[in-house]
Design a binder for this molecule. Structure first.
Ligand SMILES: *[C@@H]1O[C@H](CO)[C@@H](O)[C@H](O)[C@H]1NC(C)=O
Ligand SMILES: *[C@@H]1O[C@H](CO)[C@@H](O)[C@H](O)[C@H]1NC(C)=O
Ligand SMILES: *[C@@H]1O[C@H](CO)[C@@H](O)[C@H](O)[C@H]1NC(C)=O
Ligand SMILES: *[C@@H]1O[C@H](CO)[C@@H](O)[C@H](O)[C@H]1NC(C)=O
Ligand SMILES: *[C@@H]1O[C@H](CO)[C@@H](O)[C@H](O)[C@H]1NC(C)=O
Length: 565
């Protein structure tokens, strides 16, 4: 509660007064404390508690009445910079399609120890391709489990400061086209193509197609391919720019601010032309094309939602909410292999509910505390980092780096070890979820489904930003189950489709019935007492922290590649 007694300058103070009614409540509480101190009278004490309770009720009702909390989407309503108070409701409990199972903990390890941080994956002809910490692209043999590095960003400096992604490069989103060319996004270096050629495709060529400078990016995350959409029948790329203000190293800062400078750009490879499609996004972590190619789905990590943006047809240019109030921060949304139904896999990190909130939920309407935390950690981290450099102690330098960029704070205060993956249909409705409740598998970033001969099973490959392996999980094909079971039920002439009790199934228990059960908002299990979203007036103060010019220069040098196959 120390923040009640910090009023460093009047400008700040004025700003805070505009913050929210929550703050008025705090002030009230503050003055009630003072009263206690001076008068120490029991009557005043109880009076202030009564007042406090009254203010609690009145502020809540006021906001619930004056804002429509859930069913609107206004990406440009939030100022892109400055302190912001926000409040995205948490769900009450993991119920229905979110009922916990421990299926995700059953996953086995693939290519263990050979790679680090396989954040995004593609399956192509017996191989999994993935980008890793340290700037490598690996291919992992699905049968033997052997991994080989096929591309590496050549940078000597990365060796001494391996923890600094701006020196090493960091390949994130990866996709493959129909002819087998790979495309990957490096957070610092942009969009690249890897093409294979020669006898048995044993040689490869790496080409940069788009640099971050061309689109004003400081941090690129993921991509979607629209093959045949280009001016001459080539590929259109949809690319998420997580931030135009912070780089990958500063990702915890992007959560605390929260950063609202994310974009989606459209890149026509045929014309070498780019266009900004969306702006003001909250840490967009991935983009996915819909089956009918009329829209893209963009995950906003810190806003805990997915939005749909139409790129073709009568609704072109329109943006709408696809799913919101996710039970945690959404990572990469990827089309499943289900041909029967258009479904998507979405890993969710820090899965939580009202009984297990994260500190970020408590901090969300207290921007001045977030600001102070960031400033204090940065100041301390910079000092420690300098000490480490002075005494050439790399462990100390790394600690300083992690403190400075708030990685340390995120690990300690914001993250949990609950693993969760959602399956959603083409309208953003939840079909089922996989859980790891025992902490074996968490911080998962992407799920891609691999082909299988057995129609009764589905094979999932799961990546993460930090694991030294790829996870493989085989789950039953519940479409099969449903059809079998349904056939049986219908032949027995007992119950109709909507009355079917699927509760014995561990996953997707109401997989087919769900579409009729959920209302159109796709807000996961809303509570009756959710608070409304409220927005502050923009402030002129900005807290952009920039990477040193040295780092920028080093990064420019990092665009040489070595390849081996
Ligand atoms: C709430 O979320 C936590 C994980 O953060 C989970 O362990 C717990 O079971 C959930 N509680 C309910 C009531 O769903
Ligand atoms: C896999 O890698 C190991 C060690 O690098 C090697 O001994 C083995 O022959 C490889 N297996 C295959 C099938 O390539
Ligand atoms: C594409 O355009 C950028 C700048 O607009 C330019 O630097 C680059 O060389 C162009 N690439 C090709 C292949 O023409
Ligand atoms: C922490 O940050 C606040 C506000 O930015 C500043 O006033 C204070 O001096 C800082 N404290 C330390 C120990 O650096
Ligand atoms: C699951 O079963 C359905 C129904 O038979 C089938 O259409 C689908 O292809 C199967 N999925 C997989 C991944 O085999």
């Amino acid at each position: 509660m120390y923040y009640h007694h910090h009023h460093p300058n009047t400008n700040d103070h004025q700003h805070r007064r505009r913050q929210s009614n929550q703050f008025k409540m705090d002030q009230l509480f503050c003055s009630s404390l003072k009263n206690q101190k001076t008068n120490n009278s029991i009557i005043i004490k109880y009076l202030s508690i009564l007042l406090l309770m009254f203010s609690l009720f009145s502020t809540k009702n006021l906001f619930v009445q004056s804002f429509r909390p859930y069913n609107y989407y206004a990406p440009h309503q939030y100022p892109e910079t400055g302190p912001l108070s926000y409040n995205f409701p948490l769900i009450k409990a993991f119920r229905g399609e979110l009922t916990p199972n421990n299926m995700l903990s059953q996953a086995t390890h693939l290519c263990e120890g050979a790679l680090m941080g396989p954040s995004s994956l593609v399956v192509y002809q017996h191989y999994l391709y993935t980008g890793t910490i340290g700037g490598g692209i690996y291919r992992c043999n699905l049968e033997t489990g052997n991994a080989t590095r096929i591309v590496k960003v050549a940078n000597e400096l990365c060796r001494t400061k391996y923890w600094d992604a701006s020196l090493c490069g960091r390949p994130l989103g990866i996709r493959v086209d129909r002819s087998g060319n790979l495309y990957f996004i490096d957070a610092y270096l942009g969009l690249h193509q890897i093409s294979f050629y020669g006898a048995n495709q044993q040689r490869l060529r790496v080409k940069r197609l788009l640099s971050p400078d061309q689109v004003g990016s400081r941090y690129m995350t993921h991509l979607a391919l629209d093959e045949g959409g280009g001016a001459n029948g080539g590929i259109i790329f949809y690319i998420t720019i997580a931030s135009t203000r912070h780089d990958l190293n500063e990702w915890p800062r992007m959560i605390l601010e929260p950063d609202r400078s994310g974009r989606v750009v459209r890149f026509d490879m045929d014309l070498n032309q780019t266009e900004i499609l969306m702006q003001g996004l909250w840490y967009p972590s991935s983009v996915q094309l819909s089956d009918d190619r009329t829209s893209i789905l963009v995950v906003e990590f810190t806003a805990r939602r997915v939005v749909r943006h139409y790129i073709r047809g009568p609704q072109r240019g329109k943006t709408e909410t696809w799913i919101q109030n996710l039970p945690g921060e959404g990572e990469h949304l990827i089309r499943s292999l289900d041909k029967y139904q258009e479904t998507y896999w979405l890993p969710v990190v820090n899965a939580r509910n009202v009984s297990s909130p994260s500190m970020i939920d408590w901090l969300s309407d207290k921007p001045w505390i977030r600001e102070e935390i960031m400033q204090n950690f940065t100041a301390l981290g910079q000092k420690i980092e300098m000490l480490g450099a002075k005494w050439t102690n790399s462990n100390l330098e790394r600690l300083g780096f992690r403190l400075k960029n708030l990685h340390f704070f995120y690990d300690e205060a914001l993250s949990n070890d609950y693993g969760m993956v959602l399956e959603l249909d083409s309208n953003g409705r939840l079909l089922g979820s996989l859980h790891s409740i025992d902490g074996s598998n968490f911080r998962l970033s992407e799920v891609v489904e691999g082909p299988t001969e057995n129609p009764y099973e589905r094979v999932l490959y799961i990546g993460s930003y930090s694991n030294p392996y790829i996870l493989k999980l085989t789950i039953p094909n519940f479409t099969q189950d449903y059809q079998q079971k349904n056939k049986q039920i219908i032949s027995n002439n007992k119950i109709t489709e909507n009355g079917v009790d699927f509760s014995l199934l561990p996953y997707g228990s109401t997989r087919r019935a769900i579409a009729t059960n959920l209302d159109g908002t796709n807000t996961i299990s809303l509570d009756d007492d959710n608070k409304a979203i409220f927005i502050n007036a923009p402030s002129s103060s900005s807290s952009s922290s920039s990477t040193s010019t040295l780092n920028r220069r080093l990064r420019k040098d990092a665009t040489r590649y070595s390849s081996s196959t």
